[in-house]
Design a protein around this ligand. Structure first.
Ligand code: DUC
Ligand code: ZN
Ligand code: ZN
Length: 474
């Protein structure tokens, strides 16, 4: 078995950073010890990584990606091969992607299709949530089966996108009841899609067709309202674990914070685009360029009633937002986003970012928004615990998978298609960002996959992770 020693680094966990050496045997962490403790083992090690002046963190876990998702008249442009490789470049060692079922489709077939797409293609480990876009007798039964037998224990429902993925309140309640009985987690896209569709039709009738109207027709109030409704329904269903995905609005955060104060199993994630970007600097750019940033929920304005960005950072500090994911759903401008020229409602919704989450959130540490420990917690440890993968994933400890990132805080990352960009898109949503900190080395189950700015992994190395239940329930 291959032995790797990572020495002289600062190992970061949810309680902070300590000087420790890490010994890896095969695919798992064998031991963590005081600096120099494994000096005798150094001779026998196949690889010695000197992490002096660097952080050693558990590999990033991105629990919200959409590789190859058919959506908006096209499909997300990253395959599992390109997307998982880009993730590895960014210090991510596990992705949890969303398998798809829509009206009239069979959940088991949808999941099988996702296994087919991913198997043999991933550079890093992967797991699945299941989108249930058509709640009916058959899909309700499948929720229990997938939870108990397939290692797929979380199900995404949509209050948005009528006619595409949308579930009404009755369907949501029934799915929540079933999930509550078998211990599954319900993930919710919380935007009031029925009301949004009215605003979209009215805007188009007024000739408002530019990308920025995507944001104006999806007001924060309608995210807050849907979040509230989802929380009420989860209570009626018996306090089923409810996880609000891609939260963008202070209005929604208030609802989650209140539910959590009341001791409820309600959790939330946000994404880097909502923490850093403003409507004015993205969607409202002249011409059609704003289409690059069309995603749902939309990027918001700092001139709303709530200062959403400040609220979201505070939510992250207070643990009302538990996780940062990316909602990686990349589309090229050419032939994809361009479908919406002259009609913003036809722009495929989604942004690519799986490669940049770790560095963008590390910038939050540098900026004083979150602590080093909270960075690791929100990007790795909590994702593992929230979705039943801990302590296999999300921690540097004996027996855990040796998914480890060596992070160089002295270097910078230049983001953009001509710099660091390995996603399959013809543009970067983060073009021009210069971020403090940089991935140095990435190990996936004990094997080095990124080393000195080179990808040394291989397609098919990544394995499917069967997940257990949420590990946070009250
Ligand atoms: N939002 C997006 O922007 N893209 C994919 C699906 C979603 O909910
Ligand atoms: Zn969504
Ligand atoms: Zn999504």
């Amino acid at each position: 078995m291959t032995r790797v020693l990572i020495k002289n680094g600062q190992v970061v966990s949810t309680t902070g950073a300590t000087s420790q050496d890490v010994l890896i045997d095969g695919e798992t962490i064998a031991a963590v010890g005081a600096p120099g403790f494994f000096a005798d083992a150094e001779q026998g090690a196949d690889t010695v990584i000197d992490a002096a002046g660097k952080y050693v963190i558990p590999g990033g876990i991105d629990v919200h990606t959409h590789m190859e998702l058919p959506f908006g008249g096209t499909a997300a442009i990253d395959t599992f091969e390109t997307g998982s490789r880009a993730a590895a470049w960014g210090g991510v060692t596990t992705i949890v992607d969303m398998a798809l079922q829509r009206y009239g489709e069979n959940v088991h077939q949808g999941l099988a299709e996702w296994h087919r797409k991913a198997e043999g293609n991933c550079a890093i480990d992967y797991a699945f949530h299941q989108i249930v876009g058509g709640v009916d007798e058959e899909s309700l039964k499948a929720i229990t089966y997938l939870t108990e037998s397939e290692g797929v224990t979380s199900f995404k429902l949509f209050m948005a996108y009528p006619g595409v993925f949308y579930s009404d309140d009755g369907q949501i309640l029934r799915a929540m009841q079933v999930a509550n009985d078998c211990g599954a987690t319900i993930m919710m896209h919380a935007e009031n899609g029925i009301a949004i569709d009215v605003l979209v039709q009215q805007a188009l009738a007024r000739g408002e067709t530019d990308p920025k109207y995507h944001s104006y027709t999806r007001p924060a109030d309608l995210e807050g309202e849907a979040t509230h409704r989802a929380i009420v329904l989860s209570k009626v269903a018996g306090n089923v674990p409810l996880y609000i995905v891609h939260m963008s609005a202070g209005d929604a955060l208030e609802e989650v914070a209140a539910a959590r104060d009341a001791g409820r199993n309600v959790f939330a994630e946000t994404c880097p685009q909502y923490l850093y970007m403003t409507l004015e600097e993205t969607l409202a750019k002249p011409g059609f360029e704003g289409a690059k940033w069309v995603c749902s929920p939309p990027i918001r304005s700092p001139h709303d009633e709530h200062h959403h960005q400040a609220d979201l950072w505070r939510g992250l500090r207070m643990n009302d937002i538990a996780i940062v994911s990316t909602d990686h759903c990349p589309f090229c401008m050419k032939d994809q986003k361009e479908l919406g020229i002259g009609d913003f409602s036809k722009i495929p919704n989604g942004m690519g970012g799986v490669e940049h989450r770790m560095e963008l959130l590390y910038q939050g540490v540098v900026n004083g928004e979150i602590s080093l420990a909270r960075w690791v917690e929100t990007c790795s440890t909590t994702p593992a615990r929230m979705f039943g993968m801990y302590p296999k994933k999300g921690i540097i400890a004996p027996g855990s998978d040796a998914d480890v990132v060596v992070w160089d805080p002295t270097k910078q990352t230049h983001i953009g298609i001509n710099g660091k960009h390995h996603m399959n898109m013809d543009h970067s949503s983060w073009e021009g960002y210069v971020i403090d900190g940089k991935v140095d080395t990435v190990l996936s189950r004990g094997t080095v996959v990124i080393e000195r700015d080179t990808y040394v992994g291989r397609k098919g190395w990544g394995q499917f992770v069967r997940r257990g239940l949420c590990q946070y329930l009250v």
